[in-house]
Write a protein that binds this ligand. Structure first.
Ligand code: GLY
Length: 338
């Protein structure tokens, strides 16, 4: 079925406090670049999966997001990353969890999907597999700025006695990672992309460093089908960002795709209502594409960096704040494929 190719991505949902100390324009440029590089593949006739992966690889390499080079550190000061991909045409799925050293965990997830008979590899086994596949390793992370941030956050936790008071939940106030009390999660900066190619096939890709000061071995929603991502041709595709524990307990992306007969925007809003009824505001964001190729998003955090491009648009549209919609931009180019 001929379709208008479309690519949408996000760079994380949260309070966007991380934007305060850095250039918002540079952040927007990073989102736009990732969307442009992914969309160029769609123009060349590549698959939705290739475009989504390219967008995520670009964000992993930028250092501006909590994925790849910019990943946050766990409590022990180590980087452990989660990533996954899903292809809608055959429900092919590949993921890696708590993987270390690898520059592009999303590429490792693709390799799991294409080179093994499994769906998900974790920790040491995932890292060993990625090395055996010859994937690029990084000797330059954590970066100095991430190491400094880790030290600051860890000192704040230790000074507050939060660990003695009850682990992760008690650390929420100090770290800004819990949203159930109505307080926005700090920008998780997890990255994700959803795409539809010229054949009308859907795919998605996700990558994250997880949560700051997470317990070693913690795995979030990002590599879990139905929670952090879901794609089925003819039904829809969605990826999520935010506090993984709530996203996986609400199976957010499956809930969104199950409601896709309402259209992508409404499905995202209904999925978010479902999550918010369970866990309150300040938890997550989601982006999606419905089978007609229309995009949607919803968030219950203060912001979510996102970008979208559809065939016919000169360049990707970028937004961060909830009221910055892009429906008009998309409607302008939503005619039948030529
Ligand atoms: N949503 C990313 C994580 O919680 O790991």
């Amino acid at each position: 079925m001929a379709a208008l190719p479309i690519l949408m991505l996000h760079g994380g949902a949260g309070a966007m406090r991380t934007l305060e100390g850095r250039d918002e324009r540079a952040y927007r440029d990073s989102l736009r670049l990732a969307c442009r590089l992914g969309s160029e593949l769609l123009v060349e006739g590549s698959s939705a999966l290739e475009a989504a992966v390219q967008a995520v690889v670009t964000m992993e390499d930028s250092g501006n997001f909590n994925a790849g080079l910019g990943s946050c550190l766990n409590f022990d000061g180590e980087i452990e990353m989660d990533a996954a991909v899903m292809r809608g045409s055959d429900r092919a799925f590949g993921g890696v969890a708590a993987i270390r050293q690898v520059a592009n965990p999303v590429v490792a997830a693709c390799q799991v999907m294409e080179q093994t008979r499994h769906c998900l590899l974790g920790a040491e086994g995932a890292t060993r597999f990625a090395k055996a596949q010859g994937l690029t390793l990084r000797s330059d992370f954590p970066s100095q700025s991430r190491r400094l941030a880790w030290r600051r956050k860890r000192e704040a936790v230790t000074a507050g006695g939060a660990l003695e008071a009850g682990g992760l939940a008690a650390m929420g106030g100090v770290l800004g990672i819990q949203g159930s009390a109505g307080q926005d999660a700090d920008s998780s900066d997890t990255v994700g992309a959803v795409a539809m190619d010229a054949d009308g096939s859907l795919a998605c890709a996700v990558s994250t460093g997880g949560l700051w000061l997470k317990q070693a071995g913690r795995i979030g929603d990002s590599p879990l089908p139905g929670a952090g991502l879901w794609a089925v041709d003819g039904e829809g595709v969605a990826v999520a960002t935010g506090t993984g524990e709530m996203i996986l307990r609400s199976l957010l992306c499956k809930e969104v795709v199950d409601r896709m007969h309402h259209g992508a925007s409404r499905a995202c809003a209904l999925g978010m209502t479902h999550l918010e009824a369970l866990f309150g505001p300040g938890v997550a964001g989601v982006i999606a594409i419905d089978p007609s190729g229309m995009p949607g998003f919803a968030l219950n955090t203060r912001g979510m960096g996102r970008a979208v491009w559809r065939l016919g648009m000169e360049r990707p549209a970028v937004a961060i704040w909830p009221e910055e919609g892009w429906d008009e931009t998309i409607a302008e180019v939503s005619g039948a494929p030529g």
